[in-house]
Design a binder for this molecule. Structure first.
Ligand code: GTP
Ligand code: SAM
Ligand code: SF4
Ligand code: SF4
Length: 326
């Protein structure tokens, strides 16, 4: 699908739940997260119909996200169904890793290609503070299980927050000297006003790169294949790579190839959209695939040119990242 700015939209981020077994401070508040009811979220059958229509419209890559996608019962079978769609899209998943040790092998066998794991600290006490739950060792077990299962190349996402975990950037970067992992550092995005960090907690890409440079000379890697949000680097001789996602300071919207569908059946043309397009009503009134295609194409046509963070007309929406899918 081409949008009105000539960008090719071939990547769908599909959120399967807004529930989560963590409460990361930069993503959602501790209390008052309105978990959607059973009837509110799309069934797997409905999600599959959306995914199928999207692949007919040209989507080649589907990323399953949430909330925490691995907490939804039946996720392994759903991954199997997605990967068996007639066009054989590439299926990947973003997870906090807590349930990965149990599920990595089954996910791989079901057809999952790759996995991105979010981990913001390597210290037990900080894990508890940032996620408001315990579980660092389970995430580390999950990383090992994903690697053994062949869910590679493994990417790890860290959101550095000034005064919280930004001093661990070098510790995370050091992992790429020993492991073939892509360690990505993501600028904190002010998606929701309800999260526990003010915008000044943001640790911008330039500061991330300065930290990374303390460990060695950063050698840029030019990107092959489809556009992604990360600027890539490596240290000489290291098996792993480093990615910096400058979502706010140097937005990559000109290369955007994404469309998002939330667990409650709304299409978000942009991560920061104030406008959402309902696809649930059509799904529940027996709409044909042709109608779903029209809705998806219509959503692509209203995709904004870029986000407006930092500008006078920027407004934060009611959803936190867990309700969008990142
Ligand atoms: N601004 C912006 N941020 C994005 C976009 N896509 C992903 N991100 C952010 O990038 C971070 C990592 O996202 P992931 O879920 O790992 O997905 P990804 O980096 O797009 O995945 P791959 O490139 O397919 O490995 C998250 O914090 C997302 O919110 C996007 O289109 N726009
Ligand atoms: C919303 S989570 C959903 C998937 C899964 N629960 C996880 O944490 O990987 C997707 C991604 O969004 C990132 N994220 C959440 N809130 C963010 C924020 N305010 N700024 C930047 N990234 C954020 C997380 O770090 C994670 O990598
Ligand atoms: S970032 Fe992921 S793991 Fe953390 S609260 Fe949000 S949805 Fe849950
Ligand atoms: S902010 Fe919106 S337009 Fe920009 S890259 Fe992200 S989803 Fe695409």
């Amino acid at each position: 699908m081409k949008d009105s700015f000539g960008r090719t939209i071939d990547y769908l981020r599909l959120s399967v739940t807004d529930r989560c077994n963590l409460r990361c401070r930069y993503c959602m508040p501790e209390e008052g997260v309105s978990a959607l009811g059973h009837g509110d979220i799309l069934s797997y059958e409905e999600l599959l119909r959306v995914a199928r229509a999207a692949t007919v419209a040209g989507v080649r890559k589907i990323r399953v996200t949430g909330g925490e996608p691995l907490v939804r019962r039946g996720i392994v079978d759903f991954i199997g169904e997605l990967s068996a769609l007639p066009t054989r899209p590439e299926i990947s998943l973003t997870t906090n890793g807590l349930l990965l040790a149990e599920l990595a092998g089954d996910l791989k066998r079901a057809g999952l290609c790759r996995i991105n794991v979010s981990l913001d600290t390597l210290r037990e006490d900080r894990f508890l503070r940032i996620t408001r739950r315990e579980g660092l060792s389970r995430v580390l077990d999950g990383l090992r299980a994903a690697e053994e299962a062949g869910l590679t190349p493994l990417k790890i996402n860290m959101v550095p927050i000034a005064g919280e975990n930004a001093d661990e950037i070098v510790d995370f970067a050091r992992l790429t000297l020993r492991h073939p992992w892509e360690m990505r550092f993501i600028e904190f995005m002010p998606v929701s006003a309800d999260v526990g960090y003010p915008p000044e907690s943001r640790f911008p890409a330039a500061a991330i790169i300065e930290e990374l440079s303390r460990l060695g000379i950063l050698l840029p890697i030019s990107r092959s294949g489809p556009a992604g949000p990360a600027r890539l680097f490596h240290y000489a001789g290291s098996p792993g790579r480093l990615g910096v996602i400058p979502a706010v300071s140097e937005h990559f919207c000109g290369e955007c190839n994404r469309l998002r569908v939330t667990a409650d059946g709304r299409i978000r043309p942009c991560l920061f959209s104030t406008e959402e397009i309902d696809i649930k009503t059509a799904l529940r009134s027996g709409a044909s695939e042709e109608v779903l295609l029209e809705i998806l194409r219509g959503a692509v046509q209203v995709k904004p040119e870029r986000h407006r963070i930092g500008e006078a007309d920027f407004s934060q929406g009611p959803r936190g990242m867990q309700g969008i899918g990142g």
